[in-house]
Write a new protein. Sequence first.
Length: 308
Amino acid sequence: MKPKEIPDLDEVRKWIEEYGKRVVNIKDQKGREMEIIELRDRIEEALSFYRERGAFIAPEETRLGNLDAELRKIAPLFVKMVGAKTLEQERAKHNPPKERFYWWIDQIVREEKRKRTKKTLTSVTVALAVLLVLYFLVFRLPPAEKQYLDALYEAEQFIGAGKFEEALAKCEEALSIFQDRPTPYIMAGCILEKLGEAEKAQSYFQQAQKLYDTEAEFKLEKATWYFRVGMSEASKRTLGEILKEDPENVYALNLLGAIYEEENNIVEALKAYQKVLELAEEKGLDTLIPVTKTKIAMLQLKLPLNVP
């Protein structure tokens, strides 16, 4: 693209919006798939022009990055529509640079499929080994332990189904087996508060609190079960108490992000998860890092294009 053909940034923004509409409505683009690639090329050339001259185009690049991620997400459908053979022929004609991934999207799909197949075979092998271990572990559990775990599992299932009375009965069953374990007390307390029996709930919370090493651990478990029984505001208040004392409690921040995500408050969820990611990298919490990165990436795709 020659300098005199470079459009102003407003025109480039319109191209980005058009690119977004086409990607989002890909099923309506049958027969026009190569137009999407050509449009993406025009955008890339225009932004490269401004980038080389030091222009501030971070908002445009961010929007474009989100839309490219969406195109990658629907890549198998896109390739199926346009046809791998057509892409190969067009590549031979235009000889695009390798860094323009959209020209090589059929090869990306093929490679990801190969990786998935390999991963599936590995996962099946691992799963069989895990099942074998679990088989022996379950049958070696003492009867009381198995009965306790079964009661908690059933309580969770009842909570998920909104059957709180039945869930409460299972918590009581678990407590009749082991009185020195805090989780059934917390679950029962949250359920009772949900059912409007606040005074009785407090007695369960007091019992549970004695069984935790720290106040923060008690409150985090309480916030978790508030959230599970559908009391998001109570959960957020409890998390606020934790974070007031310890603003870098990564697990409280992670749960807060999940609550905002459930409420579809994308911006606040992203803020919470971004803080979780920073702290996880700083503290070496390796298991949290990839999961949090995935959450952030998925939430960014849900942001409206007019949100920076």
